[in-house]
Design a protein around this ligand. Structure first.
Ligand code: UDP
Ligand code: MG
Length: 331
């Protein structure tokens, strides 16, 4: 296809990076579906020989790793990066992308549970061919989500935009990045990683591809409420200092309010109407106490982030890597 149209980029070596955490129920099926897609795209000449599926085992405690190793030993199309522990979805993706960029021209990250429609890959490749360095997969609707997930997601994206983050609504981490974009991402050294917010701030020519979300093929969501809350907090505090500004604004309002109240009380006192004001006193002290604690909490959140950043710890540790050259007869 590249010879037909001089403006298009040549077919890339594509790596699918697939994070897996306790996914024993689904990995074999994922390997079938994702591997099948890669084979078809190779045959059609849309991606180059050497393209692979790279699973990232994020410290699974079930049999995921054994299954992945078996899959990779049977077919060199599959590669396995195994992390030393559970570093979380974002770090697992990062580990996969950083490993894959040594071999690939483009990397697509996709969940192991096959919720994200792999057939959208053709359109990702179209955008890449047209010169995009980043392509975001955006879900069409949230039918397959429960009421809770749908509600919290809507609330979350609203809040993120309010706080000035550039996150793309309904874009999870189904995304294509070119080698150039990945090399740029490697320059970002932050520990508090929120890829969805970070990548749009990098710039680069980008596009959006819409896809349908299906129900999970097997197993249950690995995003526990606490993992979700952590991601949400990271998303806000790693992308925006607006909460700190809000504290300043709130502090100013409370200050003006207390100043006026003090004057009024003094005037009252001077006039001799020293009325007992239990309710007012309670409200004012509770209000100020509450606001102070809230402010301290928010500031503490940022201080904690600074603390973690200053340690410069590695964001993930790779325990083992399985990667084999495909022989020609494997096709
Ligand atoms: N995942 C991971 N580490 C974690 C949690 C999740 O690598 O600590 C992976 C998981 O195996 C899956 C992807 O991240 O491939 C998305 O997780 P999940 O499907 O459970 O999230 P949901 O779709 O429910 O938001
Ligand atoms: Mg999922």
């Amino acid at each position: 296809m590249s010879e037909k149209d001089g403006n298009r980029r040549a077919a890339p070596v594509l790596y699918l990076v697939v994070p897996c955490y306790n996914e024993e129920e689904v990995v074999e099926r994922s390997a079938d579906v994702l591997g099948g897609k890669i084979r078809r795209l190779k045959k059609e000449g849309r991606i180059a020989e050497g393209s692979k599926v790279m699973f990232v085992n994020d410290g699974s405690r079930d049999h995921t790793l054994q299954l992945l190793h078996r899959i990779a030993s049977q077919d060199a199309l599959f590669s396995v990066v195994s992390l030393a522990g559970n570093y979380g979805h974002q770090s697992a993706i990062l580990a996969g992308m950083m490993t894959a960029r040594q071999y690939a021209d483009a990397v697509v990250t996709i969940d192991a549970d096959l919720q994200q429609d792999i057939e959208a890959l053709d359109r990702f490749l179209d955008c890449y061919g047209n010169g995009c360095e980043v392509v975001y997969g955006v879900r069409n609707d949230r039918h397959s989500d429960g009421f809770f997930k749908k509600g919290t997601a809507t609330l979350y994206y609203g809040l993120m935009h309010l706080l000035g983050s550039k996150v793309i609504t309904n874009h999870a981490d189904y995304r294509l990045m070119s080698k150039k974009a990945l090399d740029a991402l490697a320059e970002y050294q932050e520990t508090n990683l929120f890829l969805r917010g970070l990548i749009p701030t990098m710039g680069f020519a980008s596009d959006v591809v819409y896809f349908d979300v299906k129900a999970r093929e097997a197993g249950h969501s690995k995003y526990t409420l606490s993992k979700m809350m952590t991601l949400a907090m990271d998303g806000i505090t790693s992308m925006s200092v607006r909460p700190l500004r809000m504290i300043s604004a709130l502090g100013f309002i409370v200050f003006v309010f207390s100043f006026v109240m003090s004057i009024l009380s003094l005037v009252d006192w001077a006039r001799g109407n020293n009325v007992p004001g239990y309710t007012t006193t309670m409200i004012v002290s509770l209000l100020i106490g509450g606001v102070t604690l809230l402010a301290l909490g928010i500031i503490g959140e940022y201080v904690g982030k600074i603390y973690m950043e200053t340690k410069h710890r590695p964001r993930y540790i790779i325990d083992t890597l399985v990667w084999r050259e495909e022989r020609q007869e494997d096709e």
